[in-house]
Design a protein around this ligand. Structure first.
Ligand code: CAA
Length: 384
C-alpha cells in the first residue's frame, strides 16, 4: 500500500535507510549490550543532517515536516531503537520552542539543535506525577527578570546528555494550584544549580539514558520563558500531540525490523524436512504480523500528515497512531521471537532486543491507557 510522499520526504527516507543499513545496524547489538549512549551515531546523524529534519530551513534545519520525522524515525528503528531516540528526543525537546517560542527564542535556541551541536530534552514527568502531568511540584518563582527554579524531574529521556532542556514548572504562588498554573522554561545544562541524578537501569532502550534531574535555585532569565506564564500545560499537551506520531514510528520500525528477521528465518530454518514457512501455523503468524504492520504504517503516516496539514484532528490521530502501533510492535516482536523458537530467545538474534525495546513504546509519552483516555475524551466532545 502506498502513501503519497513528497520528493523531499522520499529522499529523506532513502538517505536514512541507506545510512542505517551501512552504519547503524552493525552497532545496534553492541549499543544495547553496553548500555551506553552512542555518541558516534549522534555525530553520524549530525554530519548527515538527520538531526536537522525536525527543523525548518530558517532555523538551520532541513525540513520541518512531521511526516519526514516519522519516516526517518521508522527507518532508524527498523535496525536500532536506541539510535532512533537520538532523533525523536531532539524533536521532542525542541518542539516546545518550535511551537511556543518567539522568533527571537527560535533563533537563539534552534540552530545548534538543528545542527546537532547541542542535544535537547523534554522534562515533564516527576516522581509523583506521571500520567497526571498536571500534578507536578517543581516550581519557579519570579524575581524581577529571573525565575528561580526548584524541584526534580524523573524518567527524562536523554536528560544526562542534553544541553538544552525544556522544563515544566508551577508558577503559582503556593505550588498547589491548577494545571493551568504551569509554565515552560528553557534550562541550559551549564546553569548553576542544575544537576543530573541517577541513570535508570532498564529492560530495553538501554543505550538511551533515562535520567533524574535536579534543580536547586536555578536562576533562569525571564527571556527563557516559552509562551505566556501559566500556559505551559497546554504547550506540554500540544507538544505531545506532535511527538506521539514519532513514538508510533519507532514502534512501527521495531515491528518491521522484527518481521523482516522472522520472515528470513522462517525461509531458512528446516524442520520435519522442509522450511518452517511451509507450515500453515507459521504462515498465518507471518500474515497476521504483516497485516498489523501495514495498518500501523497507514495510521502512523496519517498522523504525521495530519500534523503537516495542521488538521484539527491531530490530538486524536496522534494518540490513535501511538496506541495502535505500539500494541502492534509488542505483538509482532513477541511473535517474531516465537517464530525463531529457542533462537529467538538468544542474544545471537536481534528479535529479543526488539521485543524488549518495543515494550517502552506502550508506556512513554503517555501510557496507552492515557492514549485511550485522550481518544475517548475527544470522541465524547465530538458527540457533544
Ligand atoms: N492541546 C492543547 N490543550 C490541551 C490539550 C491538547 N492536546 N489537552 C489538554 N489541553 C488543555 C485543556 O483544554 C485544558 O484547558 P482549560 O484549562 O483552558 O480548560 C487544560 O489543558 C487541562 O486539560 P485536562 O483537563 O484535559 O487535563 P488533565 O489533568 O485531565 O490531563 C491528560 C490530561 C491527557 C491525562 C494529560 O495529563 C496527559 O497527557 N498525561 C500523560 C502525560 C505524558 O504523556 N507524559 C509523558 C512524558 S514525556 C515522555 O515520556 C518523553 C520521553 O521521555 C521520551
Amino acid at each position: 500500500m502506498n502513501f503519497e510522499l513528497s520528493d523531499e520526504q522520499r529522499a529523506i527516507q532513502q538517505l536514512v535507510h541507506d545510512l542505517c543499513i551501512e552504519s547503524v545496524e552493525p552497532r545496534a547489538a553492541e549499543i544495547d549490550a553496553k548500555g551506553e549512549f552512542p555518541w558516534d551515531i549522534k555525530d553520524l546523524f549530525a554530519r548527515h543532517d538527520i538531526l536537522g529534519i525536525p527543523f525548518p530551513p530558517e532555523y538551520g534545519g532541513v525540513s520541518g515536516s512531521a511526516l519526514a520525522v516519522v519516516l526517518a524515525i521508522e527507518e532508524i528503528s527498523k535496525v536500532c531503537a536506541n539510535s532512533s531516540l537520538i532523533l525523536s528526543v531532539q524533536s521532542l525537546g525542541s518542539l516546545p520552542i518550535v511551537l511556543g517560542g518567539t522568533d527571537e527564542q527560535k533563533r537563539r535556541f534552534l540552530p545548534p539543535l538543528a545542527s546537532g551541536e547541542k542535544l535537547a530534552a523534554y522534562a515533564l514527568t516527576e516522581p509523583g506525577s506521571g500520567s497526571d502531568a498536571g500534578g507536578m511540584r517543581t516550581h519557579a518563582v519570579r524575581h524581577g527578570d529571573t525565575y528561580v527554579l526548584n524541584g526534580s524531574k524523573t524518567f527524562i529521556t536523554g536528560g544526562s546528555v542534553a544541553d538544552t532542556i525544556v522544563v515544566f514548572a508551577r508558577t503559582d504562588r503556593d505550588g498547589q494550584g491548577e494545571a493551568r498554573d504551569i509554565s515552560a522554561f528553557v534550562v541550559e545544562k551549564m546553569m548553576p544549580g542544575f544537576r543530573v541524578g541517577k541513570l535508570e537501569k532498564k529492560l530495553g532502550i538501554r543505550g538511551s539514558p533515562t535520567a533524574q534531574l535536579f534543580f536547586e535555585d536555578v536562576a533562569i532569565p525571564a527571556a527563557n520563558l516559552l509562551g505566556p506564564e501559566g500556559e505551559g500545560f497546554k504547550l506540554a499537551m500540544r507538544v505531545l500531540d506532535h511527538s506521539r506520531p514519532g513514538i508510533a514510528a519507532q514502534a512501527l520500525g521495531i515491528a518491521e525490523g522484527a518481521f523482516a528477521v522472522a520472515r528470513r528465518y522462517a525461509a531458512q530454518r528446516k524442520q520435519f524436512g522442509k522450511p518452517i514457512n511451509e507450515f500453515q501455523g507459521i504462515q498465518f503468524m507471518l500474515a497476521d504480523m504483516a497485516t498489523a504492520i501495514e495498518a500501523a504504517r497507514m495510521l502512523t503516516y496519517a498522523a504525521g500528515d495530519a500534523l503537516d496539514r495542521r488538521l484539527k484532528t491531530i490530538t486524536v490521530t496522534s494518540s490513535m497512531a501511538k496506541v495502535f502501533a505500539s500494541d502492534v510492535a509488542m505483538r509482532v516482536t513477541t511473535d517474531a521471537v516465537q517464530v525463531l523458537g529457542g533462537y529467538g530467545y538468544l542474544r545471537d538474534f536481534p528479535v529479543e532486543r526488539m521485543m524488549r525495546d518495543a515494550k517502552i513504546t506502550q508506556i512513554y509519552e503517555g501510557t496507552n491507557e492515557i492514549q485511550r483516555l485522550v481518544i475517548a475524551r475527544e470522541l465524547l466532545k465530538e458527540a457533544g
